[in-house]
Structures are given as C-alpha cells and as structure tokens.
Design a protein around this ligand. Structure first.
Ligand SMILES: [Zn+2]
Length: 268
C-alpha cells in the first residue's frame, strides 16, 4: 500500500489510498496552497514557529477542509523531541487547534480509539502513522533522530498492545522526511545509531556521516513484529524537494507541514 498524491482545486497532499479503503484518512501536506508570507510561505500549519497565528489558523482551515475534517474535531500536541505518547480521547477535542497554548504539552506521540483527527508538524523529522483495525486505534508520532534513537515506535506499540492489538495486524507508515541523501550528522550521533541500528549510517567521500532515519524506523517497525506488507513508506526527501516541502536543515527559520490521521469519515 503506497502513498499517492491527491488534489482538488484548493489543496494538494499525500495520502495512502489503501488505508482510506479501510476507513482511515491519512494526509501529509506540502508547503503550497496557503497564505503565509516568507519565510513561511505558504501553507505553514504550525503555531510554534513565530508565523502570524491568524494565517496559520486560516491555513489549517484550508488543509482540513481539503480532507473534509472539522477543526474542532482534531487535536495537536507541543512536540519536544521526546518519547511521551498520550492516549487522546473526546475530552481533548480541539486542543492545540486554534492556539498553541491549549496543545497537549511535551508530547511527541498520540493514539486514539475515538473519532478524533490527530495532527503533528514536520519539517525534516519523521512522521510515523499507525492503524490497528481490530482495536480501532490510530496513532501518530514525531520522530527526529532523538525520538528514533529513543524508540518512540515501541512507545506507540506499547499503547496498541495494552489495548489488545497485536503487531502482526498493525499497519504502519512513514511520510516524507529528510533522507540519507541530505541528513549529515556528527560523530556523536553516528555512534548512537551505530550501536542501536544496523547499517543506517553512511560515510561520505569527505569523511562526514549521513543518517537514514527512514531505514532506522523501518527496522524498529520490523523488530516490533509489524509485517513488511503492512508498511507504507513515502520515500520523499523534504530537504531535496524545496518546491514541495519546508526543510529545517535547508532553511532554518521556516514553516511546518502537517501529518494527519483519523478514523472519521472524510473526502478521501
Ligand atoms: Zn535529500
């Protein structure tokens, strides 16, 4: 089950049609189709990057309207490159959606069994999506190198197994993120990944190191027992594709794309 582009007159985004057929809406936005000005032009969906919050809110409405989702039925968290995973329920509806302050604090992973849209923000870090059809649970995680090295995948899977779901029935996906083509790291980070993962560090001709975060998270999926045929990888580098995506590594001060997942009905 692969990622595909979907577009109407107002919005272009990535989704996994195979998951839509199972009743789960997934999306990853681009930097286009919004109203923010440089350096956030144009569909910046995050409040925490010092963009005009009025424009961010308008951008979120454009994005969610394209998915057929009401803003007040979604939840967002304040991501801190940690491994804290929160079970979100109806009482959290709307948190973090109209302003930063109400977002779930210090949280890089969310799961829910309710009809809630989970939203996370990305510019190079890895968006991880989860769906378990038997227990009706979806999950979303934000994994940079720290979250990957600290194994946020396992923290999500702990929530899924605690609710009675088995890894072999779980679907998992990786959205666009910085690729090993662009993600240069220092010796200290390289050493951490050399110890914890297999063949995810590459040495360049100039003696520098590059890290493959997709491969590292894929390794974690498989280690947890998720089946290869249930894993969907976008294989798009946010740093290479400057027309499509924001990249923190490439641009520094910039906007954020959104990753989105829900079991609610929508247009996809
Ligand atoms: Zn690249």
């Amino acid at each position: 089950m692969g990622w595909e582009w979907k577009e109407d007159k107002n919005l272009r985004f990535l989704t996994i049609p195979g998951w839509s057929q199972m009743g789960v809406i997934t999306a990853f936005s681009t930097r286009n189709d919004g109203i923010s000005d440089d350096p956030y032009s144009s569909l910046n969906l995050a409040f925490h990057v010092a963009d005009d919050p009025v424009k961010v809110l308008e951008n979120r409405k454009v994005f969610l309207a394209g998915l057929g989702q009401p803003l007040e039925k979604c939840v967002a968290a304040q991501q801190v490159h940690g491994v804290n995973v929160i079970s979100v329920s109806e009482r959290d509806l709307g948190r973090g959606m109209s302003e930063l302050e109400s977002a779930i604090p210090e949280c890089d992973g969310m799961v829910t069994q309710d009809n809630i849209g989970l939203m996370g923000f990305f510019a190079d870090c890895v968006p991880l999506y989860f769906y378990h059809p038997q227990i009706n649970m979806v999950g979303l995680a934000h994994a940079g190198w720290k979250g990957t090295a600290s194994n946020i995948v396992t923290k999500i899977m702990e929530k899924i197994t605690a609710a009675g779901g088995s890894a072999k029935d779980c679907f998992a996906a990786i959205g666009p993120c910085i690729g090993s083509c662009c993600y240069e790291i220092g010796e200290d980070v390289a050493q951490i990944f050399r110890e914890k993962f297999h063949n995810v560090i590459f040495q360049t001709s100039s003696g520098k190191y590059r890290l493959d975060l997709v491969k590292a998270n894929l390794e974690l999926f498989l280690k947890e027992g998720i089946l290869p045929e249930n894993i969907s990888i976008a294989n798009l580098c946010t740093s290479c594709q400057s027309e499509l995506f924001y990249s923190y590594r490439r641009e520094g001060i910039t906007g954020r794309m959104a990753a989105f997942i829900t079991m609610r009905k929508g247009v996809i």
